[in-house]
Design a protein around this ligand. Structure first.
Ligand SMILES: *[C@@H]1O[C@H](CO)[C@@H](O)[C@H](O)[C@H]1NC(C)=O
Ligand SMILES: *[C@@H]1O[C@H](CO)[C@@H](O)[C@H](O)[C@H]1NC(C)=O
Ligand SMILES: *[C@@H]1O[C@H](CO)[C@@H](O)[C@H](O)[C@H]1NC(C)=O
Length: 555
């Protein structure tokens, strides 16, 4: 595991994400995008009472999800049939609902958005979609650009008005989701087409976000060995700038941005590049990232105005962008909705508790359980229990129910808390039920089922009302930010003892950037980057991390 100065950031995976062979879904993309015809079908589906769909049966193959749709939404959907599924223009109409049900259904499972996308952001997203379609895979522009890359041609002034950002995301799923949203923001900021290396599982996890094109990097991408690019590469931003090859006459076949959490300062200086100097002339940029990079972009004076127009509220960058970009595939969405409907939907209140114990997946610790209980008690998230022998409390006729969703690699914490509320009555009279979808014991990498379960759990966490997360965990960051929830973060224990402060309410819902720039861009001198602008601060759970916050609404 990479470490830096003895700090060991909360990466979720020890070995780099290894990328392998093709996913069968690649070539199917084109036919997924059907326009007007399906828009009509979609409109009909949205308007018809669900029961009609089962009987009609004319949609053939997708009957499985239609039934799950019906089971999942039922009366709720009829009652709220006027929901704004396109989220105030954030999403485009015209996608094929059957190929990606979550796009149209998630609004029925989630709270109304607490931060609306600005008209300016929506305009920029529409421009990005147009760019992705005009220059993306399958176009002549893409063919010419990849031919230039293959032939090693260097004077690649951004020909055809098309330039590209290839993302290699790696480590655990939380890391990869954070990297993907960050890369998308960077692509929009620099007007590059985003192409994501699919790894083994990307195509199984998320639907295509852009209409009429694919965001998956074609399998015949011509840059040899690109999956192994690392900090030592001659093309890395750090090396290119150290060699001073950033003048007007210099030319590069491609530039590699190494945004690993432990990247060197030379590589991290890309956070300060205004892209106009020389990067804009480089047609291909390959970015490797294992985390959330957005706070670093907000420190770059060159992007401040644009970012402010896109996000006047700085505490919801991931929240808004993820609603636009990330739509789980039908397989994942089915797992999310079945679990939610079975265990969480009918509770009066839902609490998420995400447990991540670094380095020890398969053993359990009393101090972690103590910390969870101390936190939920201190923050009044869970009631205490009364010993049944002291005169049993009779359940109240209409007792409030509280469903606790727990996630983690180990089931012991879940079992212990469930047992506690089974053996004893809650002091508040509430009925507490405790649920955990999976306990995989060990983190696995690049394995589809494992990643699908992990993504399911991140979404389920995001559908709770309040959430307790483990510090340093990118899994927790994603669950929190997807849901627009301000978490109670459990501080990472030192020395296997419960910290004095078991948890802290976070300043915002935003994820923490674990390998941010630590200098100011004007002087390039090391500084406390958490003090440069009011909306970028040190994270609660990691002193050298940075997170976005909105100083006005901070609680
Ligand atoms: C959520 O938004 C819908 C409109 O899409 C509105 O009718 C409803 O009242 C809102 N619900 C809450 C709880 O604010
Ligand atoms: C690039 O930089 C790294 C340090 O970040 C160094 O180890 C490596 O030798 C450099 N490679 C080249 C080709 O300049
Ligand atoms: C951790 O425990 C060891 C002994 O077990 C002790 O020497 C060390 O100071 C402790 N560190 C902290 C941060 O409490």
């Amino acid at each position: 595991m990479d470490t830096e100065c003895g700090k060991e950031p909360g990466i979720e995976e020890a070995s780099p994400f290894v990328v392998k062979k093709r996913s069968k879904k690649a070539s199917v993309v084109a036919r997924r995008w059907s326009s007007v015809g399906n828009a009509v079908v979609v409109a009909l589906i949205m308007a018809m009472p669900p029961i009609v769909l089962i009987l009609s049966g004319r949609l053939g193959a997708p009957s499985v999800w239609i039934q799950s749709t019906v089971a999942g939404l039922g009366a709720q959907r009829v009652a709220e049939s006027k929901k704004d599924v396109l989220l105030g223009g954030l999403l485009l109409p015209g996608f094929d609902e059957q190929s990606c049900a979550s796009r149209y259904q998630s609004v029925y499972y989630r709270k109304n958005m607490t931060r609306s996308p600005t008209p300016y952001l929506i305009k920029r997203l529409r421009e990005q979609e147009a760019l992705q379609r005009r220059c993306g895979p399958g176009t002549d522009q893409y063919r010419r650009a990849s031919e230039r890359l293959r032939s090693g041609q260097k004077d690649v002034e951004t020909v055809d008005g098309c330039s590209y950002l290839v993302l290699l995301s790696y480590r655990g799923l939380g890391n990869r989701v954070l990297a993907t949203v960050s890369a998308f923001l960077y692509a929009v900021l620099t007007s590059r087409v985003l192409l994501v290396d699919r790894g083994k599982t990307m195509g199984d996890l998320f639907c295509e976000p852009f209409p009429g094109t694919t965001w998956l990097l074609p399998l015949d991408f011509p840059l040899q060995g690109y999956k192994d690019l690392g900090e030592e590469a001659a093309e890395s931003y750090g090396n290119v700038t150290l060699r001073g090859e950033t003048g007007p006459a210099s030319a590069h076949r491609f530039v590699y941005m190494h945004l690993d959490h432990a990247a060197s300062k030379a590589d991290r200086l890309v956070y300060c590049d205004d892209h106009r100097q020389f990067l804009h002339r480089v047609q291909w940029v390959v970015m490797r990232s294992d985390g959330y990079n957005a706070p670093g972009f907000f420190l770059n004076p060159a992007y401040q105005e644009e970012l402010h127009k896109m996000f006047p509220r700085k505490d919801s960058v991931f929240y808004v962008l993820s609603r636009y970009l990330l739509h789980p595939t039908n397989d994942v969405w089915g797992m999310v909705t079945r679990f939610y409907d079975a265990y969480l939907k009918n509770a009066d209140e839902r609490l998420g508790i995400q447990v991540r114990v670094f380095d020890y997946d398969d053993v359990h610790f009393q101090h972690i359980l103590d910390q969870i209980l101390a936190c939920t008690s201190q923050e009044r998230l869970l009631p205490g229990v009364v010993a049944t022998s002291t005169g049993a409390r009779l359940p109240m006729p209409a007792a409030r129910s509280k469903a606790v969703l727990m996630t983690g690699l180990n089931s012991w914490y879940h079992d212990s808390i469930r047992e506690m509320y089974w053996r004893s009555a809650s002091a508040s009279g509430e009925l507490v039920s405790v649920h955990q979808p999976s306990h995989e014991e060990h983190q696995s990498f690049g394995q589809s089922t494992h990643d699908m379960k992990a993504l399911t759990e991140m979404y389920l966490l995001s559908m709770t009302d309040k959430i307790v997360t483990s510090g340093w965990s990118t899994f927790g960051y994603v669950g929190t930010a997807l849901g627009g929830l301000t978490p109670y973060i459990m501080m990472k224990p030192e020395n296997q003892t419960m910290p004095d402060t078991p948890c802290k309410k976070a300043m915002s819902m935003e994820p923490c950037a674990q390998g941010p720039p630590y200098f100011d861009c004007t002087r390039k001198e090391d500084t406390d980057a958490g003090n440069l602008v009011p909306h970028v601060r040190a994270c609660e759970d990691m002193s050298w991390g940075l997170k976005l916050t909105d100083p006005v609404t901070e609680n």
